[in-house]
Design a protein around this ligand. Structure first.
Ligand code: PLP
Ligand code: TYF
Length: 390
């Protein structure tokens, strides 16, 4: 049966994690996979999550199926988090999914079911799984210019020119905040320009929101996508609770679709879900719903999230200073948002960091600033300065 399988494509991020695990050097430093780490290098269960889990374990009345849309209270929470407390979500269909990954595939299937020849435009560079997931649904993928690696800035003119060329068969996939892998976010003026073009040209905006609260704060991080949501009659949104609720393995996310045909869309999403995973896991979604419904748990979660955000900001600032002290201009680290930035390093320099210094980056130079303990910033800056010399 399986002798004709072609070898599996490797995941460039998970393979870094594997190589790191296999490295016996004790001073090794993992700046690869995108999980938040505290000062001790751990990815903790957030206190509000732990508390909600204990309440749930004590009082959950049943483990019976929840239904194709998943946890309805969770879906309302996601709408409020992403669109705002006061927003009118009546034009949106929201269904819970197994992580944002599940949502990406579900909306990709939805696009393919309504317009088989649609093209999905993703940023250059983008999240490793964007292209494979879209292509798995049969969609064509194109890349739009985004990051200027050397300066860490937006290739604004080329980016806006690419968006200006999009039409009714095109889907524009944007990162809501804390762009993965670059950390480079759009300005509010950019979002407004995109909204104006979407209305005039008829392309479909599609936002992937995986790091709300990791950039400038919960409300601030959603400001750009809310401009699109207010202006555009149709829009796609995928949402992840992996990072800001620390629920990674609980696979907690949502797919949201704004359209003039909500009943049709809802029915099709249910059909597509039924054909694959059928119903999402409830545990993480119920935890989110419980946290958002309790003033105490919510305040506790927000405070912990804010502390995480400030820790990443401090790492950015300290690494930028340390690199500048070694003659490497790195102010872009202070401009970028969230966990990631890309160091402008060659493949050979990245390989030297791994082989000579046991420092692991993702191919392309992405570093996870949340993986960087303060005590090791000088060591990283020294190594980067050494491998940057030609
Ligand atoms: N989208 C982006 C931009 C991401 O960085 C990630 C990372 O985990 C995901 C989606 C997938 O998230 P989830 O764990 O919810 O599937
Ligand atoms: O970009 C990251 O590191 C996270 C985690 O196939 C991740 O989004 C990494 C690889 C992968 C799925 C998620």
């Amino acid at each position: 049966m399986f002798q004709n399988l072609s070898p599996a494509a490797v995941d460039s991020i998970l393979s870094v994690a594997e190589a790191f695990r296999a490295d016996g050097r004790t001073h090794k430093l993992d700046l690869g996979v995108g999980v938040y780490r505290d000062a001790a290098g751990n990815t903790p269960v957030m206190a509000a999550v732990r508390e909600a889990e204990q309440q749930l374990a004590a009082h959950q009345p049943s483990k019976s199926y929840v239904g194709l849309a998943g946890n309805l209270r969770f879906n309302r929470c996601v709408e409020q988090l992403v669109l705002g407390q006061e927003a009118d979500a009546s034009a949106w269909v929201t269904i819970q999914t197994p992580g944002a990954s599940g949502a990406l595939r579900l909306v990709a299937d939805l696009i393919a079911a309504s317009r088989r020849h649609a093209k999905v435009w993703i940023s250059d560079p983008s999240y490793v799984n964007h292209a494979p997931i879209m292509q798995a649904a049969g969609l064509a993928v194109e890349r739009y210019p985004y990051l200027d690696v050397a300066t860490g800035t937006l290739r604004r003119e080329a980016f806006l020119e690419a968006v200006a060329g999009l039409g009714q068969d095109d889907v524009l996939l944007l990162h809501g905040c804390c762009h993965n892998p670059s950390g480079l976010d759009l300005t509010l003026a950019d979002w407004q320009a995109i909204a104006t073009m979407a209305q005039a040209q008829g392309f479909l905006p599609f936002v992937d929101m995986a790091y709300q609260g990791f950039g400038d704060g919960l409300e601030q991080d959603a400001a750009g996508l809310r401009v699109l949501a207010a202006a555009c009659p149709e829009m796609l949104l995928v949402y992840s609770c992996s990072k800001h609720f620390g629920l990674y393995r609980e696979r907690t996310g949502a797919a949201m679709v704004k359209s003039a045909q909500p009943a049709l869309v809802r029915g099709k999403l249910f059909e597509l879900a039924r054909r694959s995973y059928t119903m999402p896991p409830d545990h993480g979604a119920e935890i989110v719903a419980m946290i958002m419904a309790s003033d105490d748990l919510r305040a506790n979660w927000q405070a912990e999230l804010e502390a995480m955000r400030l820790r990443m900001l401090a790492s950015r600032d300290k690494l930028a200073t340390a690199l500048a002290q070694r003659g490497l201009a790195a102010d872009y680290l202070r401009q970028h948002k969230g966990m990631f930035s890309m160091l402008p390093l060659s493949d050979a320099a990245i390989a030297r960091l791994r082989d000579e210094f046991a420092i692991y980056l993702v191919a392309g130079g992405r570093i996870n600033l949340a993986g960087l303990d303060e005590s090791r910033i000088d060591e990283l800056a020294d190594a980067v300065a050494q491998v940057s010399q030609v």
